[in-house]
Design a protein around this ligand. Structure first.
Ligand SMILES: Cc1ncc(COP(=O)(O)O)c(C=O)c1O
Length: 375
């Protein structure tokens, strides 16, 4: 029977406790949200929603075409200019998602005969970029510049190392200075996915590469998403003009995809301007994360020390992680739940987002619920 194998796979997933289900949320909810990626609490900020609405009224509901045909508006150009300037890069190009930006950058920078050295903990979108690229991929041990150095040392020809700046599962930071040194020793490029660093790390939220002194370097390319700290939707690639111009011409997820919707560009632009005006929001997200970690650890829970705004709490098994998250939800707290195959090391976790707009009382309540519902 056509598609019969799907039922077998579904049964295997069910037995392993790995079934995922969609749960559409209501516009208003009494749940305390520690599950979204709205790190700075900007997704529903009036300036951000008004930025989206104004852009839709001015430019329409969609961008009407691919970026190289009719999908580039003056608004896209404005957003690209301001993003590049804020993060300290020569140029930027926006995409319909961070996922598309990662596919673009890895495929466009890894031609036939090249080497990609990819951190073992990288996000799925970087992994998929490696799978689509013409170059050969070597997976390097997690957060290990020496492993990158060794891999690059055995290769002749173009090479790039690719890494998240803040790993999305455990919230730990990559050793950016060490990675840049390893790449420079071998004349390789460095591609960094700052999805979880932008808006949280660096001066006023300028991101992890800016904090590491790598912004504007001619051998560093950064991807970001507009869908986390900026509270919108979309992605971008930032880097030297030469590299960004190459994306225009070589990145298939740029060329063959409809341009970012004007409302998304308008929302991101408004959020970026707000962040410039209120830089303390960025530092606050980090503070909340550290406070969550301290309190969770004091309550006897096993949490990873956060380097940005993601706090990861170990769960004994996938089934118990799912039940734990459900019990939190029943007690009024929404948390993320990560389990295989999203986590390559097979360890299931609750994933908490330290939003900058959480109050002390909300942090206390979150820790209390997580502690009381622990398996
Ligand atoms: C590290 C990382 N990179 C890229 C993405 C993809 O970004 P987007 O959701 O904008 O497609 C995500 C999350 O969704 C992420 O966590």
């Amino acid at each position: 029977m056509a598609f019969g194998w799907i039922d077998e796979q579904a049964e295997l997933r069910r037995r392993a406790g790995l079934v995922r289900t969609l749960r559409p949320r209501a516009a208003e909810s009494a749940l305390l949200d520690l599950a979204s990626n709205d790190y700075l609490g900007l997704a529903r900020h009036p300036e951000v929603t008004e930025g989206a609405a104004r852009a839709a009224r001015t430019w329409g509901g969609g961008s009407t075409g691919s970026r190289l045909v009719t999908g580039s508006t003056e608004l896209h150009a404005e957003l690209e200019g301001e993003l590049a300037d804020f993060c300290g890069f020569e140029a930027a190009l926006v995409f319909s998602s961070g996922y598309a930006a990662n596919l673009a950058v890895v495929t466009a920078l890894a031609p036939h005969g090249s080497l990609i050295v990819s951190d073992a903990g990288n996000h799925a979108s970087l992994i998929d970029g490696c799978r689509l690229a013409r170059g050969t991929t070597q997976v390097a041990a997690h957060a290990d510049p020496d492993a990158v150095r060794k891999a690059l040392g055995g290769h002749e020809g173009p090479a790039v190392a690719v890494s998240d700046t803040v790993f999305s599962v455990d919230g730990d930071a990559a050793p950016l200075t060490g990675l840049a040194e390893a790449c420079r020793e071998h004349g390789a490029g460095l591609v960094l996915d700052d999805a979880h660093g932008l808006g949280v790390l660096g001066d006023g939220g300028r991101g992890a590469p800016h904090a590491a002194g790598l912004a504007g370097a001619d051998d560093v390319v950064v991807t970001v998403t507009l869908s986390k700290s900026l509270g919108g939707q979309g992605g971008a690639v930032l880097g030297p003009s030469r590299v960004i111009g190459h994306q225009d011409n070589a990145a298939r997820t740029f060329i063959f995809d409809t341009g970012l919707a004007p409302a998304a560009a308008g929302a991101a632009l408004a959020a970026l301007r707000l962040l410039r005006r209120e830089p303390a929001r960025a530092a606050r997200a980090g503070e909340v994360a550290r406070e969550l970690h301290t309190r969770l650890t004091a309550a006897g829970l096993e949490a990873v020390r956060p380097d940005a705004a993601v706090v990861s709490v170990r769960a004994p098994s996938p089934e118990q992680a799912v039940r734990w998250a459900a019990d939190c939800r029943a007690a009024g707290l929404s948390v993320g739940c990560f389990r295989p195959p999203s986590v390559p090391d097979g360890v299931s976790r609750l994933r908490l987002t330290a939003r900058a707009d959480l109050s002390g009382a909300e942090i206390e309540r979150a820790v209390q619920v997580i502690g009381e519902t622990r398996p």
